[in-house]
Design a binder for this molecule. Structure first.
Ligand code: SF4
Length: 539
């Protein structure tokens, strides 16, 4: 029986699979299928499906097509466009089609009826999918997620972006808090993976050529392997240190090792142990790392009304702690480790004042010279089965205007100022992977958790890796110029983009090329212009 996988990408509170990320799901499913000795027909992404008739043809030959979908956290992506609900009927080209992933959480009764082409496997799907496949294959094989992870790791090689991919690694699922009114983590059964299993998966992926990893599939990295006998799980610094040491022992040439979520409540409840683990993170994970705190709101009334985990002063305490440990600049040009904040609007108890409090909180961070690498603001997305489902979109609709104003103010004033402080003019960012070209600008990012978008002046091929110097700021991105820029090869418009260098100077350089030494430029452009140029160029 021929089986294929179509990856429509996922984005959940604690799992990302939009390229260059590859989520654990296709890896687990591939492993299950290998375990069942299925005839594997291929793994393709939704972007390949859209672009390439041959991919569609190949998948239509499948007896079973497994479609993974669910960007339940709304976002904008540079690396791919997630499969939407509307697109689902079009991709159902196998003889039997199975839909898995967090998208199933969003389906209404009517939508389910309309999707008659699919066998819908409810989320979390792994055990249910395996049971279904066992029935189809007439076997009673045993479910073993760790075994599937190892056997399925090889699927990364079929990813169209390989080796330019980052593997989302799962350490545990579920949330010890699990009470927030809007969150889908309540649907996850708590499951902690043994470190030896996570490490074996690291080793396997590394042997296949993966060099970028994110410990992202957990709701709070600090509580991985924690002591759950306490009211609030207590981090285990020694265990976390050994875990990190083992990663580097097994995979000595990792290029990116980052994490995703940290619950600020853990830091507030167990400051000493948290500080020790945060120090380990700064030491063993790579620069540009971000601890994203799900703050959601700075209004205490909203925190209470929605059973959110942390009060604003607890978030402030966590922001201060990460800042005190991670601000130093790392090898790739970024600060080693900074916090990020998520805000969710439209929650119960929200008023106009909530937006003012949110903005005041961010302003206070600026005043205290605390850095935030990322501020994510979104309107709540209501999913069936969550306490927010009863309340509905009342406050989203009522406060639309305040949401827009708050978001614009944060982007224009807070984000831009944070960027200036995090990356002063002239900072050199290394290993920027070129992704998309628009006119004379190429958009590039480093690998990692929430990488910064960099518009590099110039036309670079996709997957070129470039070092670049910061020359300007957008709201959530920066403009940079290749560093060092070869004056003998640079385009006129690149030379013109160097701060303080006018079009006449740039034209003079081009007319007098080639130069043997940077100092030779002085004769052509004069002393003053040379002083502006010399820190940007080479020959
Ligand atoms: S703390 Fe709240 S928002 Fe965060 S994962 Fe847990 S339940 Fe979800």
């Amino acid at each position: 029986m021929k089986v294929g996988i179509l990856d429509g990408y996922v984005d959940e509170p604690s799992c990302l699979g939009v390229p260059p990320y590859i989520s654990p799901y296709p890896r687990y499913i591939w492993g299950m299928l290998k375990h069942l000795r299925a005839d594997l027909c291929g793994y393709f992404t939704i972007d390949e499906f859209r672009k390439d008739g041959k991919v569609r043809e190949k998948l239509s030959e499948c007896d079973i097509l497994i479609v993974i979908a669910g960007a339940v956290v709304p976002g904008k992506y540079l690396g791919g466009v997630p499969l939407s609900k509307r697109e689902l009927p079009r991709v159902a080209c196998g003889r039997m089609n199975i839909l898995v992933g967090p998208l199933t959480l969003e389906l209404t009764k009517n939508e389910r009826e309309e999707l008659h082409q699919f066998e819908i496997v409810e989320f979390p799907f792994e055990e249910r999918l395996f049971e279904l496949l066992c029935n189809i294959f007439h076997t009673d094989a045993e479910f073993d997620l760790n075994e599937f992870a190892l056997r399925g790791a090889e699927v990364v090689r079929f990813h169209p972006e390989f080796p330019h991919v980052i593997c989302e690694m799962e350490t545990y699922r579920g949330c010890y808090w699990s009470k927030c009114s809007f969150c889908v983590e309540r649907f996850q059964r708590f499951m902690m993976r043994e470190p030896k299993c996570v490490l074996a998966e690291f080793e396997r992926l590394y042997s296949l050529g993966v060099r970028h990893f994110r410990l992202g599939r957990q709701t709070d990295f600090l509580t991985y392997m924690a002591d759950f006998n306490e009211d609030f799980p207590k981090p285990e610094p020694e265990k976390m240190r050994s875990f990190h040491e083992a990663i580097w022992r097994l995979c000595p040439e990792i290029k990116t090792l980052h994490l995703d979520n940290i619950n600020p409540k853990t830091i507030a409840m167990h400051p000493e142990e948290s500080r020790a683990v945060l120090k380990t993170i700064v030491r063993f994970q790579t620069a540009g790392n971000v601890a994203v705190f799900g703050m959601e709101t700075a209004d205490e009334r909203v925190v209470r009304a929605n059973n959110l985990a942390a009060m604003p002063e607890e978030v402030l305490f966590a922001v201060e702690m990460v800042n005190s440990l991670g601000r130093e600049r790392g090898a790739n040009g970024m600060p080693k480790f900074l916090p990020g904040l998520n805000f969710v609007t439209g929650l119960k108890g929200e008023t106009k004042e909530t937006y003012e409090k949110n903005y005041e909180f961010l302003n206070m961070l600026l005043e205290r010279n605390l850095l935030l690498r990322r501020i994510n603001i979104r309107q709540v997305k209501i999913l069936p089965g969550t306490p927010m489902a009863e309340f509905g979109y009342k406050n989203v609709r009522k406060h639309k205007k305040y949401f827009k104003i708050f978001k614009r103010k944060v982007r224009e004033y807070v984000d831009r100022e944070m960027l200036r402080r995090i990356l002063p003019l002239g900072t050199v960012l290394r290993d920027l992977r070129c992704e998309v070209r628009k006119g004379k600008v190429t958009f590039a990012r480093q690998f990692g958790s929430y990488p910064l978008l960099v518009g590099i002046i110039g036309e670079y091929e996709r997957n070129n890796y470039v070092n670049a110097k910061v020359i300007d700021y957008g709201m959530r991105s920066i403009t940079a110029i290749e560093y060092p820029l070869d004056v003998n090869k640079a385009k006129l418009y690149q030379l013109e983009a160097i701060p303080g260098v006018g079009s006449r100077t740039a034209a003079r350089i081009v007319a007098n090329r080639p130069f043997k030494r940077v100092e030779d430029l002085k004769e052509v452009v004069g002393e003053e212009e040379f002083s502006k140029l010399k820190d940007f160029v080479c020959v």
